[in-house]
Design a binder for this molecule. Structure first.
Ligand SMILES: Nc1ncnc2c1ncn2[C@@H]1O[C@H](COP(=O)(O)OP(=O)(O)O)[C@@H](O)[C@H]1O
Ligand SMILES: [Mg+2]
Length: 170
């Protein structure tokens, strides 16, 4: 499967969206080695993706990988909700330190669809958490103000890829 978005070399790309919005599905379009994911590291540490007591160790693993890859000018996709400004600030600081571009993909999916997709996810997240994360979603201007060099809307990326595919069928 091809990526929906051409990332600049060595970019940090933060996926920003509530559980169920399609972040991991998007990340699966790129090489596995590009993806860092707190859920995966929480699971490696505790056998449970949801065990928040493992978030500090998961964050340490993520930071090690971010530094290893950004210092080598390799792309990284941060497949977590990234809805909290302090979490995004940490990512932006690392990209800045390594002088690498930081871009964001904002999962601007409507809540009913997020809820339906969450219900079909591998691990269904409680509805109140999905809604809480949905309410915290930043807008494009906020992400630019925080320091992301480019902000892409998943709705536009999917619409463009659909249009391209239709175009090739004609
Ligand atoms: N663009 C899409 N159209 C239809 N279904 C999707 C789309 N993106 C994701 N899904 C489905 O929604 C569910 C949640 O997607 P996932 O990528 O796991 O979300 P997240 O990683 O944000 O929690 C999965 O079952 C996935 O197959
Ligand atoms: Mg996911």
């Amino acid at each position: 499967m091809d990526g929906l978005l051409d990332l600049p070399d060595g970019a940090l790309c933060a996926l920003v969206g509530p559980p169920g919005s399609g972040k991991s599905t998007f990340a699966a379009r790129y090489p596995d080695s590009w993806r860092v994911c707190l859920d995966v590291y929480r699971c490696l540490a505790t056998d449970s993706e949801a065990d928040q007591s493992a978030t500090p160790v998961a964050a340490e693993i993520q930071n090690l990988l971010l530094d290893a890859r950004l210092s080598r000018r390799l792309n990284v996709l941060v497949d977590s909700t990234n809805v909290f400004p302090h979490g995004r600030a940490g990512l932006l600081a690392r990209a800045r330190y390594w002088q690498r571009p930081a871009v964001a993909v904002l999962f601007d999916v409507l809540l009913p669809r997020v809820e339906a997709q969450n219900a079909g996810r591998d691990r269904v997240v409680p509805l109140h958490i999905v809604r809480e994360h949905y309410q915290l979603l930043p807008d494009v201007d906020q992400l630019h103000r925080e320091g992301f060099a480019a902000v892409h809307l998943i709705s536009e990326l999917l619409a463009t890829s659909g249009a391209l595919r239709q175009g090739t069928r004609r």
